[in-house]
Design a protein around this ligand. Sequence first.
Ligand code: FAD
Length: 547
Amino acid sequence: MRHPKHASAEVGDPILPHATCDFLVIGGGVAGLRAAIGASDSGTVIVLNKGFAQASTSEFAQGGIAAALGEEEAELQSHVQDTLEAGCGLCRPAAVKVLVEEGPRRIRELMAWGAQFDKVGGRFALAQEGAHSHRRILRARGDATGVEIIKTLMRESRKRDTIHFYDGHFAVDLATRRIAGVPTCLGVWALDERLGKVRLFLARGVILATGGAGQVYCRTTNPPVATGDGIAMALRAGVDVEDMEFFQFHPTALSLPAAPSFLLSEAMRGEGAILRNADAKPFLKARHPAAELAPRDVVTRAILDEMTRGRSSHVLLDLTHRDAAFIRGRFPQIYATCLRYGIDITREAIPVAPSAHYLMGGVRSDLDGRTRLARLWAVGETACTGVHGANRLASNSLLEGLVFGARAAQQAGRLIPMASPASGVVARPPCFFPHRSEEDYLLVQKELRDVMWDDVGIIRSRVSLQRAQRRWKAWAWVVREPALTRLALETRNLLMTSAAIMAAALRREESIGAHFRADARGGKPTLRHFGFRQTALGRGVPSFSER
Ligand SMILES: Cc1cc2nc3c(=O)[nH]c(=O)nc-3n(C[C@H](O)[C@H](O)[C@H](O)COP(=O)(O)OP(=O)(O)OC[C@H]3O[C@@H](n4cnc5c(N)ncnc54)[C@H](O)[C@@H]3O)c2cc1C
């Protein structure tokens, strides 16, 4: 077994001895695991994961994974076309081509590693979701696709003795240095959550795969780990982020006072579920020719209108006209979860409302996941490869994680090792011991989430965005005092990510895709990407320079 190297410890040192490996992967979701497997062919890999329980967003994925599995030209073209249309002209066509053309190979590879996708009569049971022109979504155990994919990737990772998992290691900041005048990533500082101390991980290649940032909003389908850590780390290291104004709100999440914002997959509408307003009337036909299968942003805003008109906290998602046995078999997780909250979805309609779901923007990366910082790659939801544009096509993100995770690993594997990455050359991150209470941080998080929902949510305007920025200033102390606890660090990352979303949303003075400005100027959208780099922290909202 090939182990990563650990330096020897000095007694009483508040910083733990550094560790060295060939490749460092931050995050163990679909993108990180696929990258780790690929990189393991070229050297030792450490996978850092915050927390101790496997809790990636990937495991929550219900609907499935989209792919033109037959690989016929027309099938591939139609997947490309649907993706471009959903992205409203802001996808990078080259990235979409890579996604669609390499996707089937990555899925067959998963199957070779043991993944089981649902079949009916010996053929794959393909599902349909909004904005897909036909059925092309593979699913596993009804609505447990993410679990099946992660289980498969974990099993495959465990077979490789070059991959080492460091759970309970919270990546705090990228370790960078100029080498021959080029800003270069040398590794990562991470908090050992058990010991409360930081350790420097040095590597010849670092792959950022920390997932999304749904936790910036008070209503989100994302798990607690989705705090935008990778984006915030990249911003602090001077790396560009892009398309941050595009946050997808899923139209249908459970809306009950005591229940979490549990996702009710779009595949339910693909199987015929109807959205009804307070008068029990369907309302989507009047809004879009595709009715229930219209793009997510259209459905989301239509629901919001109905909720406002009916003065209700929800609308109703109704699948009761389908056979009960079919519903239980097709959506076992959703059926069981709703039943736990007292709703039998085979007999009654489900109260639903929109919820923050997916960040299309992120760390700007190229077709191989490369970022602006040498030796740093970004993949999965934390990255912005340009495959989603202004709106993600449903079930394209698991595929993106697999395709770009594999490509990044392949590129990183070609890196020439650095002469001697010495720990002494890397500046220590500023670390303070917390002198604020947990309640202080929890209060900031709550206020931030409410402000983000109200002023930077489904519908924004210059006035609301500027109001949000003013509110932000009251929380700036969190960013200036990076205390060494997971709660403090996550609060800082939520604030940094939110600041970038606000700046990008202000910059785009038009409505397009998931970004809807109530004060939009008319005319054709500009179809430009807005990228930002953090320039200064200052005392107020961080400043960003546009790229
Ligand atoms: C409810 C729900 C349903 C969905 N359904 C679908 C679907 O059907 N099809 C589809 O294609 N997409 C779906 N999506 C979106 C998709 O699941 C995600 O976009 C995708 O799984 C993201 O994968 P990832 O590897 O980028 O990130 P994640 O799976 O979130 O993994 C990120 C990992 O990074 C770790 N991490 C984060 N920060 C740090 C840090 N500072 N230090 C160390 N580790 C860190 C986390 O612990 C986690 O393990 C769904 C999303 C949700 C929320």
